[in-house]
Design a protein around this ligand. Structure first.
Ligand code: HEC
Length: 390
């Protein structure tokens, strides 16, 4: 009788607890990474969330190392047998790739934090040193790719697990409907300012991962070769997702040659108005600042701020396109427009910000906000003039 009872060693118990902790922290972590890009860069809320995100990430990293050690040092099967088991079916492969993806995300996330030149006090105790000199572009891009890989796998693995628990009680189709329903309910309270990409992610992409995970679980375990091409395509897709979503060039693509040819403007430039002329009162200024804060996701809007994904926009008004000092990541389309005499006049900005791809085809900015309302467009252009005016 006793022999049939599965015995769980203390070692296994500790491992289970660690895995559970890892999953719980990881799920919590997703919330921070989802919220932080929607807050204005430089705002105290965003700094606080960013800091919490890094601390939690570092904690996950430590847990990850402990889990990896336990996995490596566990007595019993050989290392080769363990690797075979880790990739023996769609479920174990999903979990293994999840851990690998997460590991990548953490490495590049920490590199990004350090490379930004800042220090991060871990739980107020210890400052992470800055020793990896990867650029914001490189490590930011890969951090984004790897976190998408691991969060999609995380979602898929959890979904399939819950499905197997529900299936003995309800019809399989009903189980799927219930779980998708829960997913939608959980996501409904997200703020209305939700980024369009996040909307697609929540309502189209994540349900797709669920269904792909389910299909792999139900069909591919009998035809094991199927899940390899699926996982390969999945990984390739995520390595290019930041490019597809935000037009950020992946680090393995060479940037355009940045030879800047300074020319005269092809149209007459009207001189900048004074700050006081642009905004008559503080309300008008704060309204415009609020509208333009969206641009702050990719552009620094303060004079001393570094370039982000896009160039710092202080001083851009009336400037030749593609000539912001020290940026160096402009597309060749933007550089060509500049060398043909495109300056950031009111009219050119209006065209660029409402229909950028017709105005400068193949430029790399994907601002993803609708400025077709003339009042909002005017606010943004006025604010750019204000930032550039003495
Ligand atoms: C998703 C990131 C992103 C967002 C959001 C964004 N931009 Fe950009 N922006 C870029 C990138 C990248 C470039 C460089 C494009 C190129 O060289 O092809 C750029 C270039 C520009 C330029 C031309 C600068 C130059 O090199 O001459 C202006 C002006 C500009 N953005 C204004 C804005 C404004 C105003 C907003 C808000 C309405 C905004 N951007 C939102 C990424 C973004």
């Amino acid at each position: 009788m006793n022999a049939e009872k599965p015995t769980i060693s203390t070692f296994e118990r500790i491992k289970l607890l660690l895995v559970f902790l890892f999953y719980a922290l990881f799920a919590w972590h997703q919330w921070w990474s989802g919220v932080s890009p929607r807050l204005i860069r430089g705002s105290p809320e965003r700094d606080a969330i960013h800091h919490a995100h890094l601390n939690n990430g570092a904690l996950l990293f430590v847990l990850f190392i402990i889990l990896a050690l336990i996995w490596l040092l566990r007595p019993g099967s050989t290392l080769i047998a363990r690797f075979r088991h880790a990739f023996s079916n769609a479920g174990t492969t999903g979990v293994s790739l999840f851990f690998m993806g997460t590991f990548g995300a953490m490495l590049f996330g920490l590199a990004q934090a350090w490379a930004a030149g800042g220090e991060t006090a871990l739980f107020g105790l210890y400052n992470l040193p800055h020793f990896l000199d990867w650029s914001w572009g490189t490590s930011g891009y890969l951090h984004s790719s790897f976190s998408n890989i691991s969060s999609a796998l995380f979602a898929g693995v959890i979904f399939v697990y819950l499905y197997t628990k529900l299936r003995p009680h309800v019809h399989p189709a009903l189980a799927v409907v219930i779980l998708l329903g829960v997913h939608v309910l959980v996501n409904l309270p997200k703020p209305p300012s939700l980024h369009p990409i996040a909307l697609i992610g929540t309502y189209v992409m994540v349900p797709t991962y669920y269904l792909v995970g389910l299909a792999l679980y139900n069909f591919a375990n009998t035809k094991r070769w199927i899940y390899w091409p699926v996982y390969l395509l999945f990984t390739l897709f995520f390595l290019y997702l930041p490019y597809l979503a935000f037009k950020v060039l992946p680090p393995w693509h060479a940037p355009a040659a940045t030879e800047i040819v300074q020319v005269e403007s092809s149209t007459k430039l009207s001189p900048l108005r004074s700050k006081g002329e642009i905004f008559a009162d503080a309300d008008a200024l704060s309204g415009a600042k609020e509208t333009a804060s969206w641009c702050g996701q990719c552009h620094n809007l303060t004079a001393t701020g570094a370039h982000l994904l896009g160039p710092n926009l202080v001083g851009v008004f009336n400037k030749q396109a593609g000539t912001v000092d020290g940026y160096g990541r402009n597309s060749s389309a933007m550089l060509a427009a500049g060398s043909q005499g495109t300056y950031w006049t009111r009219e050119n900005l209006a065209n660029f910000l409402t229909d950028g791809q017709s105005f400068i085809p193949e430029n790399l900015m994907n601002q993803q906000t609708d400025l077709s309302d003339p009042a909002r467009l005017k606010q943004v252009i006025d604010y750019l003039e204000y930032l550039s005016s003495k």
